[in-house]
Design a protein around this ligand. Structure first.
Ligand code: ARG
Length: 293
């Protein structure tokens, strides 16, 4: 394309902002009331009240700005008594305007449910409640394959295997259970990330044999990005992926090089204050299929 033509195209696009409007939308919750108040995962142990709200606000702002460049962002107000509300990935799981509202395993997070439910109702979504007897922690434990063909759902520490049946019915989609066996990787999105281009990043030691077999049956060897422990504990798998952009906490240069080789643009943001609660980039957003504001 000639320079003149590129200039013209840019001008046309700028004059018609809807043409360049990003497609993806994410729900985020500002960390104004964020804190480590209790211990419900190994990362929180020794970190009660050890996170700095000022630093958390700066880190979250950087994440917000990076996400906002490649997607729409919707915000839900933080609520007193729900310090983990920043981790909106756990609000529920949404597809085609239908949200399965989480039923948290730990009582410490159950108070978030009515707040998220209200937000989704006001935003015009169809709500489906998952019963208390079958805990389900939303997108933290349930990830659609990027081709939308199946739903990977973790179970063990938080989400119960018995909740998977309901999910299968809601979207009429095959659900592939993945058993999480390492307490440090208590949500699926801490150790598994389907990526554009049919790739997947995962930390093999977080899964039992049958689950590994299921992952390997779906993804051919050249599509698998195996994460080493040092990157796994830096929440490398907890990545936000939109098109060819990946946003995540700091990772090794080896891994960022590997991702860049595959054609990804890697944006690393220090999220240390959120690691103290056991979460990073992907936990701080929830994917939505529609943009309401
Ligand atoms: N402290 C929160 C919890 O233990 C962190 C949640 C992280 N979220 C996630 N999607 N992995 O529930």
């Amino acid at each position: 394309m000639s320079t003149a033509r590129i200039e013209l195209t840019t001008k046309v696009l700028l004059n018609k902002p809807y043409l360049v409007k990003p497609q993806a939308t994410f729900l985020m919750c500002p960390p104004t009331l964020y804190d480590v108040d209790y211990v419900i995962n190994p990362w929180m142990a020794g970190n009660v009240h050890a996170a700095s709200r000022t630093r958390a606000a700066e880190q979250w702002q950087r994440l917000y700005e990076a996400v906002n460049k490649i997607a729409n962002v919707e915000l839900v107000e933080p609520e007193p008594g729900s310090p983990d509300m920043v981790f909106t990935a756990n609000a529920g799981l949404e597809r085609n305007g239908v949200v399965a509202i989480s039923s948290f395993f730990h009582p410490q997070r159950q108070g978030e449910e009515p707040h998220f439910r209200r937000w989704f109702r006001q935003a015009g979504y169809t709500l489906i409640d998952i019963p208390r007897a079958t805990p389900f922690e939303g997108e933290g434990d349930a990830l659609f394959s990027t081709d939308g063909r199946c739903l990977w759902v973790g179970h063990g520490p938080r989400t119960a295997l018995s909740s998977h049946h309901a999910l299968r019915g809601i979207w009429d989609i095959p659900v592939v259970p993945l058993h999480l066996i390492d307490p440090r990787f208590y949500h699926l999105d801490t150790c598994f990330a389907p990526l554009e281009g049919g790739y997947v990043m995962y930390f093999p030691d977080a899964f039992d044999h049958l689950s590994l077999h299921r992952i390997e049956a779906f993804y051919s060897p050249e599509k698998r990005i195996l994460i080493r422990e040092a990157d796994a504990v830096s929440f490398a798998c907890n990545a936000i992926n939109v098109g060819r952009t990946i946003i995540l906490n700091k990772i090794s240069s080896r891994l960022s090089g590997q991702l860049e080789q595959l054609g990804f643009k890697v944006i690393q943001i220090d999220l240390t204050e959120f690691l103290k609660a056991g979460g990073a980039a992907k936990c701080l957003v929830m994917k939505l299929s529609k943009h309401t504001s």
